[in-house]
Design a protein around this ligand. Structure first.
Ligand code: GRF
Length: 198
């Protein structure tokens, strides 16, 4: 089982996944990191972990189709089985998602379907919910809308600040994402309609 991680930023989830592979908790290999931002910290993390990196920038292509074609070429070069989005800040086209149907996972820092979008932790905090959390889901054509694999609740305490909540959310992500990927790698996830069956 070969995994490609797509990421744009810090890469803390990437590192958690690499650790889980090293410890034998995920029975798969991280064959490739694809990143779209030259200065992203995840690139240095991948190099340190001796994971092959590929920088594919949107600006280098005339249109989205050519951009995604380049990504597909990289994925095919490495014979990737599973695509793991870990803070990848771009929406994938419908064509791309259909090509890799049920083979793309994403992690989102809220209990979906609440607080979709790019500022989920802050939105939940500002809304005043008492419980938020983390969701791992398959990617479909919508935004943060695919079948849910695992969820973990995170309580918001009165003393929480946005920063303390963010820290707890990320801690939960670093446990939940490797768990979901391990289930996929072991062939334990089936999809029936919107439901993921273990
Ligand atoms: C995470 O909070 C994840 O849920 C969201 O993007 C963030 C990525 O963080 N999709 P990192 O780059 O893995 O540290």
């Amino acid at each position: 089982m070969k995994i490609a991680v797509l990421a744009s930023g810090r890469g803390s989830n990437f590192s958690a996944i690499v650790r889980a592979v090293k410890r034998g908790r995920i029975k798969a290999q991280i064959s490739l990191l694809i990143c779209d931002r030259p200065g992203a910290r995840v690139l240095a993390k991948a190099r340190r972990a001796k994971v092959k990196t590929s920088l594919v920038k949107r600006e280098d292509f005339l249109n989205r189709q050519d951009f995604e074609q380049k990504i597909i070429q990289r994925l095919e070069d490495e014979a990737i089985d599973l695509i793991v989005l870990a803070g990848y800040m771009r929406l994938l086209s419908n064509e791309f998602v259909r090509k890799y149907k049920n083979r793309i996972l994403n992690i989102h820092p809220s209990l979906l379907p609440a607080f979709k979008g790019t500022s989920a932790i802050e939105d939940a905090f500002n809304y005043g919910v008492k419980v938020t959390g983390v969701t791992v889901h398959f990617v479909d054509e919508g935004m943060d809308s695919g079948p849910i694999v695992l969820q973990q609740a995170v309580k918001i305490a009165r003393a929480d600040t946005l920063a303390s909540l963010e820290a707890r959310i990320h801690k939960a992500e670093h446990k939940l994402y490797p768990k979901a990927i391990a289930l996929f790698a072991e062939g334990k996830l089936g999809i029936e309609g919107r439901s993921v069956i273990q």
